[in-house]
Design a protein around this ligand. Structure first.
Ligand SMILES: [Fe+2]
Length: 198
């Protein structure tokens, strides 16, 4: 650990929050001298204080330990790079366009990898007037079901949350290009590429 680097980060974060050393120390129930020590590289917070600092600054403990705030490259919010995350504990669904650190229920999550549809997870697309009717042929029991279907176009993302016992089908405005993604709670994320003629 480079204590100078860690100290510099702590100082930077404190200043961004417009806190004096005393104000930060009061929040942590310690003396201002201790904050000075950290910021000059003569010490480092213990585990419980690190967690409190993470809460105060809104920065992960990992970043405080590394002494660095990782920055994503400017991706101009490219929607085509959208990644999906599902928490294995609570089932929450999250989406991100950049390389975010996503965590839920105390665990950090990896983006879901897509796979091609298979016989147990087939998608049917039908035209109904100005819309597309998308239906996934799959169980919708409590134990085994499709929890979301999404359409990802070059400038649009529609996500439909589905629940057990519900029909596994959605309607979206007519689209000619893009991807349909659907997530089975037991078998993962499936992706189907749409390329249709107008
Ligand atoms: Fe499945």
């Amino acid at each position: 650990m480079d204590l100078i680097k860690n100290g510099n980060l702590l100082r930077k974060l404190r200043k961004e929050k417009r806190l004096t050393k005393k104000e930060l120390a009061d929040k942590l129930g310690i003396v201002a001298k201790t904050v000075s020590k950290w910021e000059t590289g003569h010490g480092f917070p213990d585990v419980s204080t690190l967690s409190a600092l993470s809460e105060i600054f809104g920065v992960s403990e990992k970043s405080l330990l590394c002494g660095d705030l990782p920055q994503n490259k400017q991706e101009s919010g490219n929607i085509r790079r959208t990644k999906f995350y599902v928490c294995p504990s609570c089932g929450s669904i999250m989406q991100a366009m950049g390389n975010c650190e996503i965590s839920c229920c105390g665990k950090s999550l990896k983006p879901l990898q897509t796979q091609a549809p298979n016989n147990e997870h087939t998608l049917t697309i039908s035209d109904i007037e100005d819309e597309l009717f998308l239906e996934v042929s799959h169980s919708m029991s409590k134990e085994h079901y499709i929890s979301f279907i999404a359409y990802l176009g070059y400038d649009k993302l529609y996500t439909f949350r589905l629940y057990p016992e519900q029909d596994c089908a959605i309607r979206i405005p007519k689209a000619y290009n893009g991807s349909i993604l659907y997530y089975c709670n037991q078998h993962g994320l499936f992706a189907y590429r749409i390329t249709r003629k107008r």
